[in-house]
Design a protein around this ligand. Sequence first.
Ligand SMILES: [Zn+2]
Length: 344
Amino acid sequence: MSSWFTARREKARMLVPGRGPVERELEIRTHSLTGETARILRPPHRVLRTPDLREAYAHTRDGCPFCPESVEVRTPSFDPSEFTEPRLSVGEARVFPNLLAYAGLCALTVLSRAHFVPLDALSAPLLTDAFRAALQFFREGRKARPDLDVRLLHWNYMPPAGSSMIQPHHQLMATAVAPTRLARLAEGSRRRATDTGCNPWEALVLEERENEERWVGSTGPWSWMTDPVPRGRYFELLGVHDRASDILDLTEEDLSGLVDGLVRAFSLVSDHGLWSFNLALMGLPHAGDHFRCQVRLVPRAFLPPTDCADIHFDVLENEAMVLRPPEQVAGEARKLFARGSSAP
Ligand SMILES: [Zn+2]
């Protein structure tokens, strides 16, 4: 038993031509902190085939506003009353305001000069500079807009994850109102901290490391596991920081551990024949007693034979139908996290 979720099993029976009676068991899990549910199915696992992405998206290079010749000219620049520079830059990373402003402080980081960066070329130096640039944005943003103190970084990598742009880019936001998932996590965490007298994320890491079922490994101060009640069709990898609760608390050393874990996570995505993911790096201000900064990664896919979306039930029922048990994926991820450091 886990203190992180409850589960109920159901069995479905059918007659399959050529095979006779078949029984399928599923598990409906409820997360104890958020009340979120997921249906864990166990169909036969099949690894998808990755198409030739460079060729498939070659047409997106023409007129791309994120490419080096356009990024300084065609993207918006910061209001001089809020930021010292029109655009922030660290290495290849460029940060500028997001035209689709969905928070009081809202920006994009273009990670690379290269238009197309495949999953296996998302290197530690490229990622580290992008996270450094994000921290610079959040630091300057805090001075300009101290009221917007909930900070998140999102990454929708490639079209299955909802990205219309091929060039890798992060979305940075600072807002006074946490988005729903973070708000539910915050609320559940606060409640459990009050009930137990200790930080629930420290307890989670201890429990998951001990029981091993979903434990993946650690990179520096980050503890990695698969979420028992995942979002998406495949898995949700969760990395929890051991001290920081706000993104702004992260140090250079913390970024190195984060990037090391992410490079391994990208291998896990590739091993599934997948080439797209949604990622969120979430933090909360003044929450050291009940929260820990955390990164969540969910692979996304176009499903054959029609390249259809991989979510459907999720949209109206707010519940994932998951094709693989989190415990099985954790076993595969552990091998990738056991290898020597991939940090630069
Ligand atoms: Zn481009």
